[in-house]
Design a protein around this ligand. Structure first.
Ligand code: HEC
Ligand code: HEC
Length: 235
């Protein structure tokens, strides 16, 4: 009887945490889609000064999946977050909360952030974490092809070392796990990452699975120019 009760209580707790299902907002599949529309809590959070100290507390719930170091997992289930541009973090979390980027696993936890200030705080904290170097990598069999494609098609936005661009919401890719990026790049190509950048989609659309594999393997080996600091560059 006790066992039954425990299971029932757990099920109830899970249900309570799950709360209402994630909302669904029209994304890249809709013809009126405007990438990174300046609206909603994202705008509020971007205007605020994030407090890394308060953010550290808010991050506790996140660390269960993304790890206290922010390193995520090489198996690609959970992305590495450490050192990501705070603008990118705010956009991605706000998109997940608004139902523009589908992430049913994380949604209930993202929903626990109370307001734009907490969003700004947690992003400020994550950005202070150092980018790890032992991220998951590919099999290195097609690095020449990967490099050629990256330099031709991706570095204009993601930059030569995968450092991204804070002011334009371009993510840091240096230190990101191969398997996570493989899933994202494929979903971006196939229209399943609904908050994607249409200019990027246009390029990736022409890629085969093999080409995506090659390019993502190359990207998984990029390193920030100033590795000691992670990505502490200013706007
Ligand atoms: C139950 C596990 C889990 C928890 C807890 C969790 N996440 Fe995530 N998070 C994920 C998964 C899974 C993904 C990747 C989903 C995908 O493949 O699209 C992700 C993706 C992200 C991304 C996008 C990264 C990128 O490179 O675009 C951000 C930012 C993020 N999480 C921040 C957070 C924050 C902040 C918290 C705490 C409030 C949190 N996560 C809690 C599982 C989790
Ligand atoms: C026009 C600028 C641009 C170009 C060119 C571009 N990207 Fe991106 N990329 C972005 C932006 C912006 C995002 C974040 C999308 C969002 O807002 O959700 C992104 C996200 C990604 C992600 C997911 C990162 C994460 O943390 O989840 C991957 C993987 C990626 N790009 C791969 C590529 C590859 C491979 C190429 C070249 C074939 C490329 N990108 C070219 C702008 C660009």
């Amino acid at each position: 009887m006790k066992k039954l009760l425990t299971a029932a209580t757990l099920a109830l707790a899970g249900f309570a945490l799950a709360g209402p299902p994630a909302p669904k907002k029209a994304g890249i599949e809709s013809k009126d889609y405007k990438w990174n529309a300046q609206e909603g809590e994202k705008i509020e959070a971007l205007k605020l000064k994030g407090d890394p100290k308060r953010g550290e507390e808010a991050y506790e719930v996140c660390s269960a999946c993304h790890l206290p170091s922010g390193a995520g997992r090489p198996d690609g289930t959970f992305p590495q977050l450490a050192g990501q541009n705070s603008t990118v973090l705010i956009k991605q979390i706000a998109d997940i909360r608004a139902g523009l980027r589908d992430n049913p696993i994380m949604y209930p936890f993202a929903a626990t952030l109370t307001d734009p200030q907490e969003l700004a705080d947690v992003a400020a904290y994550i950005e202070t974490l150092k980018i790890p170097h032992d991220n998951g990598k590919g099999d290195s069999k097609k690095l020449d092809l990967g490099k050629k494609l990256y330099l031709r098609d991706c570095q204009t936005c993601h930059m030569a070392n995968g450092e991204g661009e804070r002011g334009k919401f371009y993510p840091v890719l240096a230190g990101q796990h191969y398997k996570y990026m493989l899933r994202q790049a494929t979903e971006i190509r196939d229209g399943k990452r609904r908050n994607a950048n249409p200019d990027m989609v246009k390029i990736i659309k022409t890629y085969s699975d093999d080409e995506i594999d090659a390019i993502v393997d190359y990207m998984s080996r990029l390193e920030m120019p100033d590795a000691s600091k992670g990505t502490k560059k200013k706007m």
